[in-house]
Design a protein around this ligand. Structure first.
Ligand code: NOJ
Ligand code: CA
Length: 702
């Protein structure tokens, strides 16, 4: 009996033990199976190819929404997160799956009122991917991707929904751009969130060593694949900079408000487009309209008052300390000096004269005195009526100037009166300035409290655009200095005619160090991808502090200064040096007089980032072409094939190039000016000196 009980107990226990093992085995089996099949069947991937099929974006929902991009089979961007995080709602990210997709293809073109080219083609494929979650609130968002032959753009579209109503605060944008190989890549970059805004020297390094950078952020892989990350249509959102997480994962790093929030929105919104330009070589990045194509169409009914053109100004004198912005003996902005500049402008065919320092507020430490700028009151020695009447007679317009020193509340209060005064006097263009350290834009909020903001945070993004919209009401175009970076908004608001947003010529007056020889060979591939720049080229006197390698002054040859007018696109270009320096070299000055600022077509012909660049541009409604070529400190000869010229036209090439012994250090002025008859079948050899250049006008002869 006892034996029987023990035996039955034994079998019962054995049974249980077997069941437990079986159960565990089962679990392990299903777990293993799950692991094997889940990536195959549970996560969903959708692909979007560019019209030529070379660029493919794959969007996937494995654990978190993510995407990656290939170009002709090569990894361009590897698996990268998508998503947004909010202060008061659960994140759009983890646990969302792809629930629907909508596709579209576009092949169209549109015209610009001014630009690098008259007609812009927009050919792309689009996919709108809906990500959904099973939870009740904040459970759906779209990501719209567009694939062009020259890259990809995508943006978030967050509809109003339960959990996302009223005021919405974004505390993190989870977007990543993971590079395929950080170690062997080469990148050209400036740091973000620094005191000097965008006005830094470009660094060249692999991506592994970078921390926080501004966009456009350009890099290349050893294969020669070039990529530039930026954004398009930055409206009512924080500017995106990039921060490296571990190992080549670049994450969207939005510039915060003074209270730490990144973006404040009302429910139902879209973000700016995140853009990834991709090309198998460096110049391909330059022949891309991707960013403009991702902006909305022109919103201004009449654009006839927006005038591209060339200008001179009471400006360089202050930068080289011959004159002052403030009042006194050396005051630059006087009636007689302005008239003298107007005479000069009229004589040599310039459209406008910029005058800085005419208005009350410049005395003392203007950099820190934004509170006292007055935008309607002139100094006593500046007679507005007299000057503008004189300009009118001569066919030269006064170009206005509003320096705010970053005190934007003071400016806001007076902005309309300032524009009204200018309009009354026929001024069509105003240069604005926001000189203040990064993070030190001063505003007074609704409660009267002083707040300090970044130039590229959402508050200032809105403030800059407000300025543009107000100016449009007075038929005024704006050239913003110390701006928010360009993101192609000139398409929507063509009166945003130019801006600074990088180290310009002014650094060659007082910068220590000044812009090095490579600077102008990096700008086209970085800053210029975002849009026009008011670099203010045209320094003719390089020796105001003596020549030689060690003085802080323009480190270029004269021919390179001429090349800048073609290379660095802007619909308004300044001849920035003093009139006497131009009158001392009229043959070279002729190129600046001849070069237009509005183009039928533009083509980057050859170049490598930070080494050299050659651009060809066709004058608007004309058969004439212009070429600008320049190099870094490395002297080199480039062969320019003229196959861009019209096939049935003979041309006179008017060539301005470095002389045989020219070099930026002690012989910057030696230049050969020669003429040659050429056709589209010819080539030109252009020897470029160290930090040299060449500028050519191809004048149609038939
Ligand atoms: C900085 C601008 O870049 C420069 O062009 C201007 O002269 C000064 N601010 C003064 O407004
Ligand atoms: Ca500046």
């Amino acid at each position: 009996m006892q034996v029987a009980v023990i035996t039955s107990h034994f079998f019962m226990l054995l049974n249980i033990a077997i069941k437990v093992v079986e159960n565990e085995m089962n679990k392990i089996f299903w777990l293993l199976l799950g692991c094997l099949i889940s990536p195959l069947s549970l996560a969903k991937t959708v692909d979007l190819a560019s019209p030529d099929g070379k660029i493919v974006v794959s969007i996937n929902d494995d654990k978190v929404p993510n995407y990656h991009i290939t170009m002709a089979g090569e990894k361009a961007i590897t698996k990268s997160r998508l998503g947004l995080r909010f202060k008061k709602a659960a994140e759009l990210g983890e646990g969302f799956t792809i629930t629907s997709v909508k596709r579209e293809s576009v092949d169209t073109s549109w015209q610009q009122p001014w630009g690098e080219r008259k007609t812009v083609n927009d050919k792309h494929n689009e996919i709108t991917v809906t990500f959904s979650h099973t939870r009740e609130k904040a459970n759906s968002f779209n990501v719209r991707f567009r694939a062009f032959n020259d890259g990809v753009g995508f943006r978030y579209e967050v509809a109003k929904q339960a959990g996302l109503v009223g005021n919405i605060e974004i505390t993190n944008e989870l977007t990543e751009f993971a590079v395929a190989d950080a170690k062997t890549s080469t990148a050209w970059w400036i740091p973000s969130r620094g005191w000097n805004r965008y006005e830094y020297l470009y660094q060249t390094s692999n991506i592994e060593t970078i921390d926080r950078v501004h966009t456009p952020f350009t890099f290349k892989y050893p294969s020669g694949l070039h990529i530039s990350i930026h954004e398009a249509a930055l409206v009512d959102y924080a500017g995106m900079t990039l921060q490296q997480l571990r190992g080549g994962i670049l994450k969207a790093d939005l510039t915060p408000w003074s209270d730490g929030i990144l973006v404040k929105k009302k429910a139902g919104f879209t973000t700016p487009w995140r853009t990834i330009q991709i090309s198998k070589n460096a110049v391909g990045l330059l022949n891309s309209d991707l960013i403009l194509n991702l902006n909305e169409a022109n919103k201004l009914e009449d654009t006839s008052w927006i005038e591209p053109g060339k200008y001179v100004g009471i400006w360089w004198g202050m930068h080289v300390a011959e004159t002052t912005w403030g009042s006194g003996d050396k005051h630059g902005a006087t009636t007689s000096e302005t008239k003298r500049y107007m005479d000069f402008a009229a004589k040599y065919g310039f459209d406008g004269v910029l005058v800085e320092g005419w208005n009350i507020g410049w005395d003392g430490d203007w950099y820190h005195n934004g509170d006292v700028f007055n935008f309607t009151k002139a100094y006593d020695d500046f007679d507005f009526e007299d000057i503008t009447a004189y300009g009118h007679q001569k066919g030269v317009r006064l170009i206005g100037h509003h320096e705010t020193s970053g005190n934007v509340t003071n400016y806001r209060k007076q902005m309309n009166d300032g524009f009204a005064l200018y309009k009354k006097h026929g001024v069509r263009q105003v240069k604005t300035g926001y000189v203040a350290d990064g993070g030190k834009i001063k505003r007074i909020d609704e409660q009267g409290i002083v707040r300090y903001e970044w130039h590229d945070g959402q508050f200032m993004v809105n403030e800059y655009l407000h300025n543009i919209k107000q100016a449009a009401k007075y038929q005024i175009s704006i050239n913003t200095h110390e701006p928010i970076k360009d993101t192609g908004l000139r398409r929507t608001y063509p009166n945003w005619i130019s801006r600074e947003g990088a180290r310009g010529q002014e650094y060659n007056a007082w910068g220590s160090p000044p812009n090095p020889p490579e600077h102008a060979a990096i700008l086209p591939f970085t800053r210029m991808l975002s849009g026009p720049m008011d670099f203010t080229p045209g320094t003719f006197n390089m020796g105001f502090k003596g020549l030689g390698a060690n003085s802080d002054r323009p480190q270029t040859t004269l021919a390179k200064q001429l090349a800048l007018y073609v290379v660095l696109y802007s619909p308004i270009q300044m001849a920035s040096d003093l009139p006497r320096n131009y009158e001392a070299n009229l043959p070279a000055f002729q190129f600046i007089r001849d070069v237009p600022t509005d183009w039928q077509e533009s083509k980057a012909i050859a170049g490598e980032v930070g080494e050299y660049i050659a651009f060809a541009r066709q004058a608007l409604d004309s058969k004439d072409w212009f070429v600008g070529a320049l190099t870094d400190e490395q002297a080199r000869t480039i062969t320019l094939k003229l196959d861009f010229l019209d096939e049935s036209t003979r041309y006179q090439a008017q060539i301005y190039r470095d002389g045989e012994k020219a070099n930026w250090i002690d012989n910057p002025y030696e230049m050969i000016i020669e003429q040659k008859e050429v056709t589209y079948q010819d080539s030109l050899e252009l020897p470029l000196a160290t930090s040299g250049g060449a500028a050519i006008r191809f004048k149609a002869l038939n």
